[in-house]
Design a protein around this ligand. Structure first.
Ligand code: NAD
Length: 402
């Protein structure tokens, strides 16, 4: 099958296996070029491991720390004429490369919010590892079925208290447009907290602790975002910000508990990056297109793997960790938030018109990064070659644990 990108709104409905493999290889190459992480974890569970920050974390854990990994994700296999999702192909490639290099890797595809998934993973940890020493929580989901009540919650991206209007970009036409978002109801806030807050992270740590599977010194980290004034109304002061507040409060609770085993629960505030989740947030892509131009010009831009490498080596696994902010969070978004970066982005946003847009933006870079998420447009990949879309994830072909 010859696979081409098919874009529908902010999603691409096809993915290219060879392109996704190249994406994974590029991240492995980056880690190798930076060198091994001293004193890193050895058994790492990554929840949300197939794309974006979670995939980068799994790659770093394996190829930077030499760790065995288990990864959980919610992806689609190929079916008839439909390709698999990008996260599926990323996981195929990751596992193949990990196994070739002699590393243990096991993957679980399904609902990471469910108790059934927790059971399967716990059984695998008991059987294969005995203990886990690092748990990375990198889920980004549109909905969650509550594992205890069965209630379905949906995450929405809305402002609080009043409607919000600003300039946004229609990425199907590359035209600027004015978008108004209605204010969220309390019910929508609560549902967004249920999906993207910390309850599920806590359930995972509860379950691992109850079974005695956290090793002495175990660490857990979840990813958050803050962003500038420009995006506050829709992000940090909006429904998703309420969920991030909950996630960050959960980190404090978990940290107190893990201290008893010399461990740590941390929040890393990461930089804005093009991922499948962030592309769907109103106003964020336009901010990102302006930000990216400035960060590239100033030579301070980073991608997911560079962020995670820096997180591990400067904050999580070092004797001299960088200072946290006043709320106890690790700030990997320090370069995004540099005063001179934000000043230029803010000025450019205010001056923006359709005519001068190209001058201030990195629109081509955005489209390139977006397509690359699905394995398209990567150097060295033959997109005219016939490829088999039906690719197997090696560990899923192994007999399951009874
Ligand atoms: P992403 O969309 O690239 O990855 C999400 C992952 O969650 C995927 O592996 C997906 O398969 C998995 N997933 C979704 N629903 C699931 C379910 N029900 N069960 C199991 N797995 C499921 O997202 P991302 O941008 O890497 O975001 C990861 C975290 O990083 C989020 O908490 C996000 O808020 C945070 N973050 C993102 C950015 C950014 O700009 N992208 C910046 C800072 C922080």
């Amino acid at each position: 099958m010859i696979i081409q990108p098919k874009i529908r709104g902010f999603i691409c409905t096809t993915a290219h296996p060879a392109g996704c493999a190249k994406n994974v290889q590029n991240q492995i190459d980056y880690v190798k070029s930076q060198g091994a992480v001293a004193n890193g974890p050895k058994n790492v569970l990554v929840i949300g491991s197939s794309t974006g920050y979670g995939l980068a974390s799994r790659i770093l854990a394996t190829f930077g720390c030499g760790a065995a990994t288990m990864g959980i994700f919610f992806e689609k296999q190929a079916e008839k004429k439909r390709t698999a999702s990008a996260g599926w192909y990323n996981s195929v490639a990751f596992e193949q490369k990990a196994k070739e290099a002699g590393f243990y890797a096991k993957s679980f595809n399904g609902d990471g919010f469910s108790d059934d998934m927790r059971r399967q993973v716990i059984d695998a940890i008991k059987a294969d590892w005995g203990k886990v020493d690092c748990v990375i929580y990198s889920l980004a989901a549109p909905r969650r079925q509550h594992p205890k009540t069965g209630e379905l919650a949906k995450s929405v991206l809305k402002p609080l208290g009043k409607t919000y209007t600003n300039t946004s970009i229609d990425l199907t036409t590359d035209k600027l447009e004015t978008v108004t978002l209605p204010e969220a109801t309390q019910e929508e806030v609560d549902q967004t907290i249920s999906v993207m807050g910390g309850e599920d992270w806590e359930f995972w740590i509860d379950a691992l602790e109850k079974e005695g599977l956290l090793s002495d010194g175990a660490k857990t980290v979840a990813y958050s975002y803050v962003g500038p004034q420009l995006t506050q109304a829709v992000y940090r002061n909006g429904t998703i910000g309420q969920a991030k507040d909950h996630l960050e409060a959960t980190a404090k609770k978990l940290d107190e508990r893990l201290k008893k085993i010399n461990g740590q629960a941390a929040i890393s505030v990461n930089k804005a990056l093009v991922t499948q989740s962030s592309s769907a947030i109103p106003f964020i892509p336009l901010y990102f297109i302006l930000l990216s131009r400035v960060m590239k010009e100033k030579n301070v831009d980073e991608d997911c793997i560079a962020q995670i490498y820096r997180l591990f080596t400067s904050a999580l696994y070092t004797k001299n960790p960088i200072d946290c902010d006043e709320k106890g969070r690790i700030r990997m978004d320090d370069k995004e938030m540099l005063e001179d970066v934000q000043k230029i982005v803010g000025e450019n946003w205010d001056k923006l018109t359709q005519e001068n847009f190209a001058e201030y933006s990195d629109l081509d870079g955005y489209h390139k990064d977006f397509l690359a998420l699905f394995g398209f447009g990567l150097e060295g990949v033959d997109y005219d070659a016939d490829v088999d879309p039906d690719q197997k994830i090696p560990s899923m072909c192994e007999p399951s644990i009874s």
